[in-house]
Design a protein around this ligand. Structure first.
Ligand code: HAM
Length: 435
């Protein structure tokens, strides 16, 4: 037996269909907002993440899976999707060839060497969007609304949307100066991470989770006192727009986010289940002013977010908001005797190309055993095919819920199934009348 790598998990069977359902729905909603899919590699040059997420971020300092490849290049498994998508947009000249804003969505695994706990894995899946090329508070608000609507569509009620603004350059320069001044007298007694943050990115200190440090952080200067006029104007417009769209939110001035590329508005979606399960933010994002030029693109800005699929599935399950999305098997074909296997396969293929899922028992079992198998596979209908049926070009169709069984002509099989599955409303042939 080989065990799983710590912090990873298998996603199989019914659980996997829940993931597909959630990802599929998020994709459809993003498409309805005009987003197009981007698929980028899971490995990138380490430099990309150091440059984008920031040398001072926990992600780059402690959490990346980095290795030297056989060509002596430093490679990292992606810890998040934004950097790779922007790199791809620049490389593929999307900013030259496409109309603005360029709207991308993506989905897939990410890797962070974090302490595994409920809702926190070392390999986890994200669905994310990036909207690049237009700088407008309304685009920021639209992106926040997309995330909110997507989660509401999935069944979340009473989401808490937290927003903050990290301001423009002027705001952050003044604020960081004030923070450096404030923390100067405390930093020697703070945790080692904070000592490091003080030197590399003082804003990061606000993200510290150590209790003793939190007490000091509580009295630190507040960013809103340093907002430039442009920041105030833009943040007010976002709030007004959210109110007009009836999106409830709260302002959280401690929200700084764990990645260095943000400027302007940042946001997180939180949710606590009825049983009190809180897995942290289920989705989060923000505006980035410098990331695109830093990665070699034009001087344009972007905004985006990512939703953690593991967290979504886990809280939806906890609140019973995720029904069984595992599609049942439409038909299970039961050939009696090996000499009828070939005909059974032929019928199965015919049904599959006509849109019905179908499986065949090719194990030479007795009828009773085949019925048990059909039941275990959640089949809706059994199709029993013996020598007489093959000779007469008929088949026995049994509804496995009502147990009703009838013998029908093979030529009528598709018509009958269409009727039973509600695909053929005005069929008035004999085959359908007795249902
Ligand atoms: P993030 O806040 O690091 O942002 O991650 C987004 C979401 O991914 C989190 O809210 C959480 O649901 C999920 N997540 C993060 N880490 C883990 C983990 N270890 N296990 C399970 N789920 C996790 C970003 O990644 C940014 N790229 C979002 C963004 C896009 N900003 C702009 N565009």
């Amino acid at each position: 037996m080989y065990t799983l790598v710590k912090g990873t998990h298998d996603i199989i069977l019914k659980e996997a269909s829940k993931y597909s359902y959630v990802e599929g729905l998020l994709q459809k909603i993003a498409e309805s907002f005009g987003y197009k899919e981007f698929r980028t590699p899971i490995i990138e040059n380490t430099e990309l993440f150091a440059r984008s997420s920031g040398e001072s971020s926990d992600i780059v300092r402690k959490e990346m899976y980095t290795f030297m490849d056989k060509g002596d290049r430093s490679i990292s498994l992606r810890p998040e999707g934004t950097a790779g998508v922007i790199r791809c947009m620049v490389n593929e000249k999307v900013f030259i060839n496409q109309d603005y804003p360029v709207k991308a969505f993506y989905c897939g695994p990410n890797f962070r060497y974090e302490r595994p706990q409920k809702g926190r894995f070392r390999q986890f899946n994200q669905f994310g969007v990036e909207c690049c090329g237009v700088t407008s508070p309304y685009r920021d608000a639209e992106t926040i609304i997309l995330g909110y609507d997507s989660l509401m569509f999935l069944g979340f009620k009473n989401l808490t949307l937290k927003i903050n603004s990290l301001g423009d350059d002027e705001t952050r320069t003044n604020y960081c100066n004030a923070l450096r001044e404030y923390f100067k007298k405390y930093v020697d007694n703070m945790c080692d991470d904070c000592k490091e943050r003080y030197k590399t990115n003082v804003l990061r200190i606000l993200d510290c989770k150590v209790d003793e440090d939190r007490k000091i952080i509580e009295n630190a200067p507040k960013i809103q006192d340093f907002y430039s006029d442009a920041t105030k104007d833009s943040f007010n417009k976002i709030q007004e727009f959210l109110k007009l769209q009836n999106i409830p939110f709260e302002i959280d001035d401690t929200l700084v986010r764990g990645l260095d590329y943000y400027s302007g508005v940042v946001f997180e979606y939180h949710y606590t289940t009825k049983s009190g399960l809180n897995v942290g933010a289920i989705g989060a994002g923000g505006h980035y002013g410098k990331l695109i030029p830093e990665l070699g693109g034009p001087n344009i800005e972007g905004v985006g977010f990512a939703i953690g699929i593991e967290r979504v599935v886990s809280v939806l399950e906890d609140d019973n908001l995720l029904d069984n999305h595992d599609d049942p098997l439409d038909t299970y074909i039961m050939p009696i005797g090996e000499n009828n296997f070939s005909k059974a396969l032929e019928i199965a293929n015919y049904l599959r190309v006509n849109g019905y899922s179908s499986d065949v028992c090719l194990e030479n079992k007795g009828v009773g055993q085949m019925f048990k198998k059909a039941e275990r596979r959640d089949a809706l209908y059994a199709l029993i095919l013996g020598d007489d049926e093959v000779k007469n070009n008929t088949i026995n169709l049994k509804n496995l819920t009502s147990q009703e069984q009838k013998n029908i002509k093979l030529d009528d099989l598709l018509k009958t199934l269409d009727h039973l599955f509600g695909e053929d409303d005005d069929c008035d042939d004999d085959c359908c009348k007795h249902e």
